[in-house]
Write a protein that binds this ligand. Structure first.
Ligand SMILES: C[S@@+](CC[C@H](N)C(=O)[O-])C[C@H]1O[C@@H](n2cnc3c(N)ncnc32)[C@H](O)[C@@H]1O
Length: 498
């Protein structure tokens, strides 16, 4: 294992502060995590260069093309730009983005004329990629005709129901739903090109949240108090003498026609600018499927840089927050459950994938690699300490949900396989940058950045730097209230392949 070279020892004050944060009530050991903090202390580099805006979707809100679908889990195009120039990536090289999401990295690569491969499991993201990546080819006058038609045509009401799944029922008023389905039908029948239809489908999907009673809110979809779902639930609660669920008021809900017109206006404005500029020739591809199956099939040593952000280990469930969009695309209840299980384990419902991974590697004739990754996990003292500490917290009834233990175990197990495969697929001296958040459960700090880095080092990466992002002031999470003011570190971890 390659150890980082230390230039600066951590200050005594830093060490004391970190020690205090880890050791909450002495019920569990934090020695191995403290050792990890010390081992990598010199790499932890606080910086204002990458702020929260850049590592989140916020900076994309005004970015042409990137804001066609508000993918709140995305990072910004600017972040990708900065990292690529830091690593000196040029045309002729190749980028890998294993958790491609709304394809931010792939689209930046396209603009710069750099080849790139992405992997993504959610169909929502694939529609976004298909529609966005063809921006050079759209026929703007045809889109303007559709825009005019939207303006002059009063929407009808379609009796075909939205293809709801259980958790999306009553997401729209009956009137909004009937109009939405009417537009879908009209767009399908319109005498326009295949590409315009593709774009209209993206636009329809992109307005679903805006026209509904729901709002994406991290872990869940929040529901407005006017929705039938909340009203029924509250009536049932009141009947049982229980307090109603907390009321959420989404404010004005945008009319379907206004939402579609607004989205199409924005797209046309973007295209008018973007189609002016020439594009250097390059190739990008977004592969459909799970990283755990796709990565092991990629050829050795072909990538010069990896820029990515996996789901965080924070219980956020993409299949719930994107349930409306998934249902719109025809994914049914079973499909949603299957997707949830295939995602990198980040919800309390995820079951272990270790057995499946074992069978998969055996089928590929690579059981030795499986054993190697498994051994790296078993021998990682800090990781084993985290697992043991969570088990103790679970037994003491200090976890809100026992499923957290399996989630954290699954998360690191799966990430270890991902990191191992990244090492194999990267060329010598390739850079890897990963955006992630540390988390805390039952008071136990889980230093995701350092645990990933340590696993990476054991697979042949050289940890170079961990950019620590500025903390949000006044962070008042429940955990912080209970366990002190140390906020969870948010970072960009950078490694180079040996
Ligand atoms: C934090 S988001 C990345 C967003 C991306 N950087 C962007 O700018 O849009 C993580 C992505 O990983 C995807 N994902 C989760 N588990 C996956 C898996 N097993 N295989 C492939 N993609 C997965 C999620 O669907 C999500 O889009």
């Amino acid at each position: 294992m390659t150890l980082p070279v230390f230039q600066l020892p951590p200050s005594a004050a830093d060490a004391a502060r970190i020690q205090l944060a880890y050791a909450n009530d002495g019920a569990t050991s934090c020695e191995a995590r403290m050792a990890l903090e010390q081992q990598y202390a010199a790499l932890l580099t606080p910086t204002d260069e990458f702020n929260r805006r850049l590592v989140s979707y916020q900076a994309n809100k005004q970015a042409r093309l990137h804001n066609w679908l508000k993918y709140k889990e995305g990072f910004s195009a600017q972040l990708v730009d900065i990292l690529l120039s830091k690593f000196g990536v040029q045309a002729g090289q190749k980028i890998l983005e294993p958790f491609a999401g709304s394809a931010t990295t792939l689209l930046v690569a396209k603009e710069l004329g750099i080849d790139a491969v992405g992997i993504e499991i959610l169909p929502v993201c694939h529609l976004a990629w298909e529609a966005k990546s063809q921006y050079r080819q759209y026929d703007i006058p045809e889109l303007q005709r559709v825009r005019h038609w939207l303006k002059v045509t009063t929407p009808g009401l379609n009796e075909v129901a939205f293809p709801h799944v259980t958790i999306t029922h009553s997401a729209f008023t009956p009137d909004q739903e009937a109009k939405l389905m009417w537009y879908r039908d009209q767009f399908d029948r319109m005498a326009v090109s295949r590409l315009t239809k593709l774009l209209l489908r993206l636009i329809l999907m992109s307005v679903l949240e805006e026209i509904s009673f729901t709002r994406k809110d991290g872990q869940y979809l929040r529901w407005d108090a006017r929705s039938e779902k909340v009203q029924t639930r509250n009536a049932q609660r009141t009947a049982k003498g229980r307090a109603p669920v907390k009321v959420f008021d989404k404010g004005r809900i945008v009319d379907v026609r206004d939402a579609l017109s607004g989205a199409l206006d924005e797209v046309i404005r973007d295209l008018e600018v973007m189609q002016q500029n020439g594009l250097p020739a390059s190739q990008q591809e977004l592969i459909k499927g799970t990283v755990l199956e796709v990565l092991p099939q990629l050829a050795d040593q072909q990538f010069d840089v990896v820029i990515t952000s996996p789901p965080y280990c924070n219980r956020y469930d993409y299949t719930r927050t994107y349930a409306l969009e998934l249902a719109f695309l025809g994914v049914d209840d079973q499909g949603i459950k299957d997707l949830r299980q295939s995602l990198l384990s980040c919800t309390v419902e995820n079951r272990s994938k270790l057995h499946e991974l074992g069978s998969y590697y055996t089928a590929l004739g690579r059981s030795a690699d499986f054993d190697r990754v498994k051994q790296a996990l078993d021998q990682n003292a800090a990781l084993q300490e985290v697992f043991a500490a969570l088990h103790t917290r679970g037994l003491r009834g200090e976890l809100n949900n026992q499923g957290v233990i399996r989630m954290v175990e699954g998360y690191f197990t799966e990430l270890a396989f991902v990191i191992f495969e990244l090492q194999r697929a990267c060329r010598s001296q390739a850079h890897v940058a990963i955006v992630n958040d540390n988390v805390r459960y039952g008071g136990e700090i889980i230093p995701v950045d350092l645990l990933m880095t340590d696993l990476a080092a054991s697979f042949g990466f050289r940890p170079e730097i961990i950019y620590v992002l500025p903390q949000r002031k006044g962070n008042s999470s429940q955990q912080m209230g209970k366990y002190g003011r140390e906020a969870n570190r948010k970072s960009i971890t950078v490694w180079a392949r040996n």
